[in-house]
Design a protein around this ligand. Structure first.
Ligand code: DOR
Ligand code: ZN
Ligand code: ZN
Length: 389
């Protein structure tokens, strides 16, 4: 098949090192098929799914089961994260070595809080024996307590409980110290605070093995949107202020932040369609990621499209040492994406392939969209539709 790509951008397939596919156990929110279809529509050809499923991915047998299901159900390449701790309590270390042997590519506390520094230390020690990263959600559980949004002027005005940026800074500094102590690789998920960027920058300069990611929503949205009390904007860590966004952009520019990751965290629309205080945190992110950043940051001249693509391909591949990904390797079968940089569209979750129909970008005008996605030399997505093989 000859494809006319005139006027389009040809890029390596995007890599997302942070998403929640909800399988096993929460298929009403998303499953492997809808989640990977949504990833393909967003141009992602390799994704790393988090461990806060039901049951939690905390044993080798669950990793093996997931690998099997991925082979039959998924449209793109899916790598698996194992949990740092067992179950939902976070009190006991999970089977890290066994899960590594079963093929887990990282370990994470995302979706819980590892309150115990001793468990994080041991996780870093075990994971480093397999050269794998430990991903930290990095929010101090005591300090965030029952906060529902960023703590600041807006939370005070709205009378909502806050999650201060310091909760993130404290957690990040602990993780950096533990990485230095153990020699293990810590990856800081969804960096959202100015203080965290500074700490990571200093740690990298000292030679500590740390990598970090930032999400499109933390780069493009602020806490002020919550004045509408729309629970579509509720997420962890919370949307902060412009001051933090400026620091995040600097962190991306100077290499402190290695990658853009979506934290695609779908919930059923009915679950999110309630009072702000009661709503679950998170929303779908695959299908808006490239377009939101292209529309806001490339169009306003902050970045070139090459810089954006680097943080969605080679950046994440290098962070996790995935040498065979994000490149059109010689002799290998291609993972690639065709982007129309001029296509104009309006975000409407009803047209998205994810089951998570709550989206903070709903109604926003976009410029630029992924039009085709190829995995392993085969087109899997074209113009709104999945192509099954
Ligand atoms: O907003 C979030 N949603 N943050 C997390 O850390 C977890 C995620 C989820 O699993 O829904
Ligand atoms: Zn998280
Ligand atoms: Zn997450």
């Amino acid at each position: 098949e000859i494809v006319d790509a005139s006027g389009l951008i040809v890029s390596p397939g995007f890599i997302d090192i942070h998403c929640h596919l909800r399988e096993p156990g929460q298929e009403a929110k998303e499953d492997l098929l809808t989640g990977t279809a949504s990833a393909a529509a967003g141009g992602f050809t390799t994704i790393l799914t988090m461990a806060n499923t039901r049951p939690v991915i905390d044993q080798a047998i669950i990793v093996a089961g997931m690998k099997h299901k991925i082979q039959t159900d998924s449209v793109v390449r899916v790598e698996i994260t194992g949990a740092v701790t067992k179950g939902l309590e976070g009190k006991e270390l999970a089977e890290i070595g066994d899960m590594a042997e079963a093929g887990a590519k990282a370990f994470s506390d995302d979706g819980y809080y590892v309150s115990d520094g001793r468990l994080m230390r041991t996780a870093l020690e075990y994971a480093s024996m397999f050269n794998l990263p430990v991903i930290s959600h990095s929010e101090d559980c005591c300090l965030v307590a029952d906060g529902v949004m960023h703590e600041g002027c807006v939370s005070a005005k709205l009378g909502l409980k806050g999650r201060p940026a310091e909760a993130e800074n404290i957690a990040v500094s602990r993780e950096l110290m533990l990485a230095e102590m153990t020699g293990g690789h810590v990856h800081i998920a969804h960096v959202s605070s100015k203080g965290a960027v500074k700490l990571i920058r200093e740690a990298k300069a000292k030679g500590i093995k740390v990598t970090a990611e930032v999400t499109p929503h933390h780069l493009c949205l602020v806490d002020k949107t919550i004045e509408s009390f729309d629970s579509a904007f509720k997420v962890n860590p919370p949307l902060r202020t412009n001051e933090h966004i400026v620091a995040l952009l600097e962190g991306l520019k100077d290499g402190t932040l290695d990658a853009i990751a979506t934290d695609h965290a779908p919930h059923a629309y009915e679950e999110k369609d309630c009072e702000f205080n009661e709503a679950p945190c998170g929303f779908a992110g695959f299908e808006t990621a490239f377009s939101v950043l292209h529309s806001q940051l490339v169009k306003n001249g902050e970045w070139t499209v090459q810089e954006l693509i680097q943080k969605m391909t080679a950046g994440p591949a290098a962070a996790f040492d995935w040498k065979d990904r994000g490149h059109l390797s010689v002799g290998g079968l291609a993972d690639l994406v065709l982007i129309d940089p001029t296509r104009e569209w309006i975000v409407d979750p009803q047209n998205m392939l994810t089951r998570g129909k709550s989206c903070p970008f709903t109604g926003m005008e976009m410029v630029g969209q992924v039009v085709r996605t190829m995995v392993d030399g085969k087109w899997v997505y074209q113009d709104g539709k999945i192509i099954r093989h």
